[in-house]
Design a protein around this ligand. Sequence first.
Ligand code: ADP
Length: 458
Amino acid sequence: MPETKLHGYVDPSLSELPVSTIMELNRHAAIDLAKRTIPGGLIVLLALLISAHYSPIQHDYPLLTYGLYLAMVLVFLMRLYNVYVLLKKDMPITPWRRQTFIIFFFSSTIWGVYVAISLYLYETLFTNMVLLMFTVGIAAGALTSLFIWKRLTQLYLCMIFIPIIISTFMHWNLATVSILFGLISYMLFLMVQTNRANTEYWRSLCTTKIVQAQADELEKAIKLAETANNAKTEFLSSMSHELRTPLNAILGFTQLLKSDPQSPPNEQQKESLNHILTASNHLLTLVNQVLDLSKIESGHLDLHLRSTQIGDVVNDCLLLVQSLADKQHIRFVIAEVPAVEVHTDPIRLKQILINLLSNGIKYNREGGSLLMEFEQKEHVLRILIIDTGEGIAEKYHSSLFTNFSRLGQQNSRTEGSGVGLVITKRIIEEMGGKIGFESKVNIGSTFWFELPLSKTTS
Ligand code: ADP
């Protein structure tokens, strides 16, 4: 039968622990308990020897006293043997527990009977008061060392106290009544404390093990995910390289066919060639983006940061997206570009601006506007790109900068791959800047990003 208890302790969280862990905990607790029983056994033996030596019992009933000595020495030797078989002989836990239970039954009964006889014979003699003090100490000691196993502690306390309680009952007078009352309340108090200590000990151990198991699982999952991610990045990177060569060939030969003076294509052929060019260009953009993404993810994005005049880069980008804007009749409204220098990689800055500007055009409405504004702050320059398009619904805001998310545009006629913004964000952050946006459905979106100003400017 699988182990479902921890030395008698049952907890709902146990079902989360594998049987091997429960067995390991049980053995660990058994060893802990076994080690603690040696000093306790020695103290009980010494307490018996000392107290009986100074008590009239040794003189009045020598046979009984020596019998008790012998029994206690035997029990102590059995305790030693019990520890030995667990630590050195790796005795299985179940028979070991049975053996321990019997040893502790005898150990506590001998002490309880001895004190009960002394109290019965000599009532409130001074030596009996000392005996009671010893009993209180032995019971408290038992609690602190045996609490790991609740039933064992309960047995120990009962077998010590019950004979004493019976004996005090048999001599019913004012002095014994107060002793009786004290003993019963002390026994109950120890039982409650045992319960509490036992629950706290096992609960904290179970929680620690569960947290440990979860942390191990998590670590394994992270390692697995990292390996898978690295494999994916490597695959994307090599695939993109492989795809670029044939794609460039398709683009080159299509251009040649289109402008071949010897056999110029007719109108229908021209249209087909234009389709090939558009599709190939789109595919090339996608391949380049995927390559960028894999470079970023593998930490191989090379940046050449330097002081850059922002005005020149902005003008270049506006020229590049002009034809796209013309197709949709989008009007540019560009604020005065501040004559400042930013600390950036100009080629990557161009890539960022083209992505944001072309998004502002692609997702704009026919005949809309695209505004560009600049805010110079203490150490950064903020660039805002504001469109008058359809905006982004609130439910998509949290996934805007996520790989391959097109936020409901996947079925639209607007071309895209859903990676441009992810790349843009990562590049901006690599350059020490940040990006953000605000968007309202049917009113438009504002994308902004900040870059650090060059030391000379700020
Ligand atoms: P792509 O444009 O290639 O799909 P992006 O990463 O640039 O990829 O953009 C991701 C998605 O975010 C787009 O598919 C679109 O749904 C949304 N989006 C980006 N910019 C805007 C914008 N200015 N207005 C509305 N939606 C936008």
